[in-house]
Design a protein around this ligand. Structure first.
Ligand SMILES: C[S@@+](CC[C@H](N)C(=O)[O-])C[C@H]1O[C@@H](n2cnc3c(N)ncnc32)[C@H](O)[C@@H]1O
Length: 313
């Protein structure tokens, strides 16, 4: 696949799904599933930064025998609409559910999936998910945030999570970026190192939704921020993205995923301004060409972490 003329964040999130499925840490995912099975039903769960609903699909698959009420929040209304349509289409195709329009205050839409005695209801909302948890008007048995915490300050995000959880509640943070980005084969080792450093620095200094800057080492910071906010780390493990060619191509829509990642790094470096424009553009062109030739390998180090906030003694 040659470099696309246009980039779409929605397509990127959909293309990322197959990469995430391979990467998620099975031990941490199992611990999360077991915690959901043991919780009182219906389990009330809030996902923050839900994007196009990748984790809605995963939790739907993981909780066949458990009744779940799922609130999925994202700041971007176009993504919320895409997530609602995607689950609604799936329910309509299977003929085992119903699709509601906006109902409760703040709701953009809802979908109910009937699964023999263990219904799965999901309500989609547009808004600042951390502000929603901090307001504590609603509380949850579980919070999920996939590929989200590197966009914000981990400590303040966890304070919001701890506020929004009921005593004894759990939070699952899969695909949390943790400070390593690598593209192979090398273009120029000195330049590649500089690209990685400046890209991470840009994450650490750019303001995101809610006014916080990002955190390029969010994964490891979680391991200390959970106890610092009164929680306990229940399980943790690596969930690195590894995207590599096989049989002369990439799986599913992963060539697009790679072009999008290279474009994201390139745009961050352009905004950062530390690298000479010509060298930066030449670096990005070579990486796009490596994808088109099915030569590029991409690695990103990430952690999956499950935490529990026990009742106050
Ligand atoms: C990298 S995407 C991950 C999306 C999804 N969790 C996934 O893994 O496919 C991060 C998402 O967080 C959303 N987001 C960022 N800050 C937010 C906030 N404060 N409240 C709600 N959503 C937010 C963005 O709109 C984006 O969809």
């Amino acid at each position: 696949m040659t470099e696309p003329d246009r980039y779409s964040f929605r397509r990127y999130l959909d293309a990322k799904r197959s990469v995430d499925w391979r990467a998620r840490n099975p031990r941490v995912a199992d611990a999360f599933r077991r915690a959901l099975e043991r919780a009182d039903e219906p389990v009330e769960l809030c996902e923050i930064g839900a994007g196009t609903g990748a984790m809605v699909d995963a939790v739907l698959e993981w909780t066949g025998n458990t009744e779940v009420r799922y609130t999925a929040i994202d700041a971007d209304s176009a993504l919320v609409e895409a997530a609602t349509d995607s689950i609604a289409d799936r329910v309509t195709d299977r003929g085992n559910g119903s699709v509601g329009s906006a109902g409760a205050a703040g709701s953009d839409g809802s979908v109910r999936v009937d699964r023999d005695g263990a219904a799965f209801e999901v309500e989609f909302r547009t808004g600042d998910a951390l502000a929603h948890l901090s307001d504590a008007e609603e509380s949850y048995d579980a919070v999920v945030a996939q590929a989200f915490l590197d966009l914000t300050d981990v400590q303040s995000a966890l304070e919001a999570v701890a506020t929004g959880l009921r005593p004894g509640g759990i939070a699952y943070f899969p695909i949390t970026f943790d400070g390593v980005t690598a593209f192979l084969p090398p273009v120029d080792p000195g330049l590649d190192d500089r690209v990685e450093r400046r890209f991470h620095r840009r994450m650490d200094t750019t303001e995101k939704v809610g006014g916080e800057t990002g955190d390029s080492e969010a994964g490891r910071h979680l391991l200390t921020a959970i106890p610092a906010t009164g929680g306990r780390v229940v399980a943790a493990g690596g969930s690195d993205w590894v995207v590599r060619p096989s049989d002369g191509g990439y799986e599913a829509d992963e060539a697009y995923f790679l072009h999008h990642i290279v474009d994201t790094v390139d745009s961050a470096l352009e905004a950062d301004g530390a690298l000479d424009d010509e060298r930066r553009r030449a670096w990005a062109t070579t990486r796009h060409e490596q994808i088109a030739a099915a030569d590029l390998v991409y690695l990103a180090h990430q952690l999956d972490v499950l935490g529990r906030w026990p009742p106050a003694e």
